[in-house]
Write a protein that binds this ligand. Structure first.
Ligand SMILES: [Fe+2]
Length: 201
């Protein structure tokens, strides 16, 4: 397999450990976790993104990582691994963010880690990270691939019209294909790693 950097391999292993520690046997999240990380046993073409000036919300990253790295369990390892690859990532706004009313445009940033534009180019898995400044809502969105979030901070998640819930540091959120979902930060930044299965159904 094309050689991954130790940093990227450590990040993938830590994401797997964090998610696998929380998904329950027999649930769709467990199957998604299995599919995604089984595929990642084989590396694909490595890539160096062109890093641009990060959006303003990126200034909250250091504090969010410090909180997560001082936690217990696999979450701390994931936050450490994210901190190690962070300088290689290209942080961007979501396309169309400037059309969202309120503070979203300047209050969020995303970076792709695995998949087009990330550190490893492949079509079957997409992994990235989202960061929200305090008191920002990432608005409702939906996408065909199912999704697993590894939560690295306080903050709330919602699916469809269900109540907001807080998974907590180290929590995992599973989104069925096409479910409408949103997230929002409180008085502290929200940081989460997301994993999408974009391979064959
Ligand atoms: Fe999503």
């Amino acid at each position: 397999m094309p050689a991954r950097t130790t940093h990227l391999q450590t990040f993938i292993d830590a994401a797997h450990d964090t998610i696998a520690a929380r998904v329950k046997a027999g649930e769709p999240a467990e199957a998604a976790c299995g599919r995604i990380f089984k595929a990642l046993e084989t590396g694909q073409a490595q890539h160096t993104p062109h890093r641009k000036e990060p959006p303003r919300a990126w200034t909250h990253l250091r504090g969010a990582l410090e909180t997560a790295t001082s936690s217990a369990g696999p979450t701390a390892a994931l936050a450490n691994a994210l901190g190690a690859i962070e300088p290689e990532l290209c942080w961007q706004r979501r396309p169309g963010a400037e059309d969202v009313p309120g503070n979203f445009a300047d209050g969020h940033t995303n970076a792709t880690i695995v998949g087009e534009g990330g550190l490893e180019v492949r079509g079957d898995v997409r992994i990235g990270v989202s960061l929200l400044a305090p008191h920002v809502t990432y608005p409702d969105h939906r996408h065909p691939p199912e999704e697993l979030y590894a939560v690295l901070s306080p903050g709330f998640w919602r699916q469809d019209a269900k109540p907001w819930h807080e998974p907590g540091l180290g929590g995992v959120v599973y989104n069925h294909p096409n479910v409408v979902h949103a997230m929002r930060s409180t008085s502290t930044p929200l940081l989460a790693v997301w994993c999408l299965w974009t391979g064959p159904g």
